[in-house]
Design a binder for this molecule. Sequence first.
Ligand SMILES: Cc1cc2nc3c(=O)[nH]c(=O)nc-3n(C[C@H](O)[C@H](O)[C@H](O)COP(=O)(O)O)c2cc1C
Length: 176
Amino acid sequence: MKKIIIYGSCYGTTKEYAIELSKKTNIEAMPYQSIKNIDDYDQIIYMGGLYAGGVLGMNKTLNKINSISNKKIIIVTVGLADPIDKQNQNNIRNNIKVQLKKEIFENAKIFHLRGGIDYSKLKFTHKTMMKLLYNAIKKLPKEKQSTEDKAMIETYNQKINFADFSKLDSIINEIE
Ligand SMILES: Cc1cc2nc3c(=O)[nH]c(=O)nc-3n(C[C@H](O)[C@H](O)[C@H](O)COP(=O)(O)O)c2cc1C
């Protein structure tokens, strides 16, 4: 069975998780930009940073799968908001659902990990997006703010890292 860990990472948090998972499982990890033929693999672990609800590189990569039969797909999201929160999990899952072909979504096992952010390292476009978002959610009454909104307010303009490699264990158990 041919296995691969594919990652979509802009600032490195997801890449660190992918490399750690690769060390622990002996499965090769590579960025989604380097994947030539996704159909070569039977088991695909896709790990992607969350960007405005989207999983970086995921739809570009997984929607290229021609035949899903006999393939195992594991999707791992890495975001700032706490994935323990059910509302956050539902939002992420619903976003994944609209980004993927139906048969791929229905076959995928989905996991969530927590990443980090360093505002001093953000690209200009990302800094601008975060500023606009921050200003918009600050205006919402507290009871209307989602967990993602609260995480954004609490971490705004800071350097913070919630990454926890021990959370990879449940993913390792899922890998055959
Ligand atoms: C422009 C931008 C949008 C983001 N959108 C989300 C989001 O929708 N949900 C979330 O939980 N985290 C969001 N984040 C936080 C990232 O997912 C987090 O920093 C993650 O660790 C990034 O992974 P990477 O370092 O591998 O790129 C966002 C960060 C930026 C800069």
